[in-house]
Ligand binder design. Structure first.
Ligand code: ARG
Length: 680
């Protein structure tokens, strides 16, 4: 075959073109190899690169699939939680939210077995019955998870898939998918009635939990100084935390970390020796330790000789000299008696274990930290940083005069509580101002290996107490308010309130006194506990003694009124229980049903409080019970009377509901440390 000239030319031209192109590609590739080019415009290379990308992507998908497949092989099968299969098996209490969580964990796991760490979100529906009683709101996050894995779906579809896989449960009457995949859960009335009936039969029982050893450090005033409103808050909040934990049968150690050690005792002892030289034989009349403290502090600041003697006293005391120890004990005892008056009035149980308890343990911890090379010298002091980065404020482990500090004693408390007390939870209740102190202590304890993985400090912080003028809570003359005076005023105001309502005319003197104390101490505690503890709180007797709204007075009244319903109908508990054996509570009326469901939530609220240690949610719940009860009582007759006031019909099942309401409210008050009265 012969080629024409034109043919030949065109072949030559094409060859030339191809050569040029090859050269251009080579140049671009060279640049790419040298790293001069991050982006190339040559169409051939663009195509190759994009193919390369696709292949890499396919490879990654394959590698991933291999990984999951092999981990599936290694992974133990997911443990299915055991569910309640029969209402009758429930004795006492059950935490509904937790049970629903289990049910929906199973549903979601079986609907989406390939997804890991699926979010199981259960919330309480609002007041609108359209949304059911609870909701499972997992569909939305799951559909997002699926989309991220390139699986096309929508929340509604996910919701339906979960619904199909939900195991049947005696708790649930009906399940409806609404809106964007929300699963509305309607509770089974028979189940709710059964739970309320068991409360009537067995009392208010705690939900079962694993028993822990829990150390709660609270109150903790300082010897020879006034116990102030900050300590009062710590006392009230700490006691209530102990009460809720004790209700759950935890092993709780209530610790009063008194400030009973340190250099201030030198000046106190020196002053005691001067003022009461015969203190060893005659107990000195120092009832006003605060004044005594001020006097000695004045001398300490102004008199150099006295200062020297004070330091010498500290040395004697720390070396265990019996006379000095006796003087120190004496001073501590005076303070303790003062503190005890406050505890007695508020019904607080606590074990005194002050800073002095840790003396030898402080030596030990200092030695340990030194040996581990965790302390360093800084202008004569020994300090410890919470991390090698040396940020924030270090702890002062030993002062330049060789003495120990608040930091040293708290390092020792942690070690003691972890190693000797075997504490599972370490709770410290102080004002939020000490937040950084405890955060640093925690970090240092972790660095020193005292706190292991999973162990932590729980600092329960609270805001400052303000007066009604929103300034720091002080007397008119600017002094700190003595707690005993504060409580006396509470007593007086409570009595005024009761008299104003004419209660002195109906109650016996004994009943009146009980009511007065319940109201006085109850209102002080409740006002503190019902506010979110983190916030500052305004101390106002007028507000706390208000008989409307979320106050102790209102709630205590509400409880006595509920308790008096059966009493005025002359139905004894025995009679009620006899009727109960024949037929238990029936939640027929819509207002009964609503109240029943609120009462059912008690374990849920308790468990939440034990986790986050915020007591105001318990107060809010108590208030919700009381308002829901009022609604029920307005709509439903418990006792029907004729025009002349004669009882014509008694609704026993409703009286039973009243009884359960009263029992749960009483338990809430008990946990809040508030005494209830049957009459007020
Ligand atoms: N005594 C301290 C004070 O009045 C409170 C002690 C708190 N407990 C502790 N382990 N640091 O502020």
């Amino acid at each position: 075959m012969n080629m024409s000239d034109t043919d030949l030319k065109s072949v030559e031209a094409r060859t030339l073109e191809a050569e040029k192109e090859a050269q251009a590609i080579q140049e671009e590739l060279d640049k790419l190899v040298r790293g001069d080019l991050s982006y190339t415009s040559h169409p051939q290379i663009v195509k190759l690169l994009s193919e390369n990308e696709k292949l890499k992507h396919r490879l990654a998908i394959l590698e991933n699939a291999i990984k999951t497949a092999s981990s599936e092989v290694m992974k133990p099968p997911k443990k299915r939680p055991t569910l309640i299969s029969n209402i009758k098996s429930i004795e006492g209490t059950i935490c509904v939210v937790d049970e629903l969580k289990k049910i929906f964990t199973i549903a979601i796991q079986s609907a989406y077995p390939d997804l890991e760490d699926l979010p199981v979100v259960i919330t309480l529906s609002g007041n609108n019955p359209k949304f059911g009683d609870y909701q499972c709101n997992s569909a939305m996050p799951i559909s997002q998870l699926l989309k991220a894995k390139n699986i096309q779906t929508n929340p509604r579809e996910v919701g339906n898939n979960i619904l199909i896989k939900t195991p049947s449960s005696p708790l649930i009457q009906k399940l409806v998918v609404a809106g964007a995949g929300f699963l509305n859960i309607y509770l089974n009335k028979l189940f709710v009635e059964h739970v309320l009936n068991s409360i009537l039969r067995f009392g208010v029982k705690p939900p079962p939990v694993k028993r822990n050893r829990i150390v709660v450090d609270f109150s903790s005033p300082n010897i020879a100084k006034e116990m102030h409103v900050g300590h009062l808050r710590s006392t009230i909040i700490g006691d209530s935390i102990c009460r809720v934990l004790e209700f759950l049968n935890h092993d709780v150690l209530r610790i009063n970390h008194l400030g009973d050690w340190g250099t201030q005792f030198g000046m106190l002892i020196a002053h005691l020796q001067d003022k009461f030289p015969d203190y060893k034989t005659h107990s000195p009349p120092i009832s006003d330790l605060q004044a005594f403290y001020k006097e000695s502090k004045k001398r300490f600041d102004e008199d150099e000789d006295f200062k020297k003697r004070a330091y010498a006293c500290v040395v004697e005391l720390q070396s265990g000299h019996p006379d000095y120890t006796a003087a120190w004990k004496l001073i501590c005892e005076v303070s303790r008696q003062e503190f005890q008056k406050v505890y007695d009035r508020l019904d607080i149980k606590i074990i005194d274990r002050g800073e002095s308890f840790y003396q030898s343990r402080m030596d030990t911890i200092v030695k340990e930290l030194k040996e581990k090379g965790l302390v360093e010298e800084d202008e004569g002091r020994l300090i410890m940083w919470s991390s090698t980065e040396q940020t924030g404020i270090p702890l002062t482990i030993v002062k330049s005069d060789g003495g120990y500090t608040y930091d040293t004693s708290d390092m020792a408390t942690i070690k003691q509580r972890v190693e000797e007390e075997n504490g599972d939870r370490l709770i410290y209740v102080t004002d939020v101002g000490q937040y950084t102190h405890f955060a640093t202590i925690e970090a240092c304890a972790r660095r020193a290996g005292i706190l292991k993985d999973g162990q932590k400090i729980e600092h329960v912080g609270f805001g400052v107490v303000l007066g009604e003028d929103k300034k720091k809570f002080k007397t008119r003359s600017g002094d700190t308010i003595k707690l005993i005076d504060l409580m006396d005023e509470g007593l007086k105001r409570a009595l005024d309130k009761l008299v104003e309502k004419g209660r002195d005319k109906v109650l016996t003197p004994e009943e009146l006194k009980q009511a007065q104390e319940a109201v006085a101490y109850g209102c002080i505690k409740y006002a503190d506990l019902s506010h979110n503890r983190i916030n500052d709180y305004i101390f106002s007797f007028d507000k706390m003694l208000d008989d409307k709204g979320n106050t102790a007075v209102y709630l205590l009244y509400a409880l006595t009124r509920i308790q008096s319903i059966s009493r005025t109908a002359q139905v004894s508990l025995d009679t009620l229980m006899m009727k109960f054996e024949k037929s238990g509570i029936k939640l027929t009326h819509e207002a009964e049903w609503k109240l029943g469901k609120v009462l059912l939530r008690f374990p849920e609220v308790i468990l939440k409080v034990t986790n986050d240690l915020y007591l105001h949610s318990l107060c809010e719940y108590l208030y919700e019970i009381s308002s829901t009860f009022t609604e029920f009582y307005d709509k439903c007759y418990c006792v029907e009377k004729d025009k002349t006031g004669n009882v014509i019909k008694i609704f026993y099942e409703r009286l039973m509901l009243c009884e359960v309401t009263a029992r749960i409210m009483t338990k809430c008050f008990e946990i809040l440390g508030i005494k209830t009265v049957s009459k007020m």
